[in-house]
Design a protein around this ligand. Structure first.
Ligand SMILES: C[S@@+](CC[C@H](N)C(=O)[O-])C[C@H]1O[C@@H](n2cnc3c(N)ncnc32)[C@H](O)[C@@H]1O
Length: 264
């Protein structure tokens, strides 16, 4: 007889546990906005913070932010490093638990959300497709996987959103006051794209065009970086499949169809 999931060795590798309070706020807010309706429709939605790191801040904050959109949601932090699970246990509360595990996602019920931030960056590019497929297969039918990367304090962020059928969108999110040009975000591309930021690859062409639109929108800088970003994204959307609108652009975000940026 197969052992219960918790008795098996977790799938994956222990990596550096670097994290910071409030680091993932941009991602949390996007998830609450993009996925809030689906989370509200589910009777007892579970969201997973996979690889929450050496301290449980991001899981605590994910619960707070998702509850503003979906009050019934609960969060499970899953970590492959047992000492980090022990360190997080005292922070458990109503709606928030921590457990030991990996990419197998050891839950009885399929989650509505798996968020993996700054986890795959430390794996090989060649492993990403199989990890995505494994995690997507664990999702509930309306579930979402959000996988991406950010800097230490969350000013620059890029993530891919996937449903059970695979990758759907890529979101770029930044603190606009700190941005010199959109391609500053290149250093935070998720593992699936970071090695593809070279001539001939779609993501490279996208960032080149974004920089050009940003340069052309320079006169808008006198109205503030937000207006310049909005103008740039509006121009960019003539050639690239931008799927969100000015309400999100105002936050320093833009979301594009994955198919347009997928490695060639
Ligand atoms: C850099 S930290 C990221 C912490 C937090 N998510 C953040 O963005 O601030 C990466 C964490 O992912 C964990 N990790 C790596 N592979 C994992 C896996 N397969 N399953 C669960 N956790 C994993 C590591 O042990 C590490 O604590």
């Amino acid at each position: 007889m197969a052992p219960p999931p918790s008795a098996k060795r977790p799938v994956g590798t222990v990596t550096r546990g670097t994290t910071n309070p409030n680091r993932l706020r941009r991602m949390d807010r996007w998830i609450a906005d993009a996925h809030g309706a689906a989370l509200r429709r589910a009777p007892a939605p579970v969201a997973v913070d996979l690889g929450y790191g050496a301290a449980p801040w991001t899981a605590v904050e994910l619960l707070q932010r998702l509850r503003t959109a979906a009050p019934a949601v609960s969060v499970v932090g899953i970590e492959i490093e047992p000492a980090r699970v022990a360190a997080a246990k005292p922070y458990e509360r109503e709606g928030l638990t921590f457990r030991h595990g990996g990419f197998e996602v050891p839950l009885a019920e399929p989650p509505m959300l798996i968020r993996a931030a700054n986890v795959l960056r430390q794996y090989d590019e060649g492993e990403v497709a199989a990890v995505w497929a494994r995690l997507c297969a664990r999702l509930a039918p309306d579930g979402l996987l959000v996988e991406g990367t950010c800097d230490e304090i969350g000013r620059r962020h890029v993530w891919v959103a996937l449903d059970r059928s695979g990758p759907r969108t890529v979101t770029f999110a930044t603190r606009l006051g700190s941005l010199e040009r959109p391609s500053d975000l290149a250093e935070r591309l998720p593992k699936a794209l970071i090695h593809r930021n070279v001539p001939g690859e779609p993501v490279h062409a996208f960032l080149r065009d974004f920089d050009r639109a940003w340069a052309a929108a320079a006169p808008y800088a006198s109205l503030g970086a937000r207006q310049r970003w909005i103008k740039s994204v509006r121009d960019l959307s003539a050639d690239w499949p931008v799927v969100d609108g000015v309400r999100r652009w105002r936050q320093g975000e833009v979301t594009v169809n994955w198919a347009a940026l997928a490695p060639s």
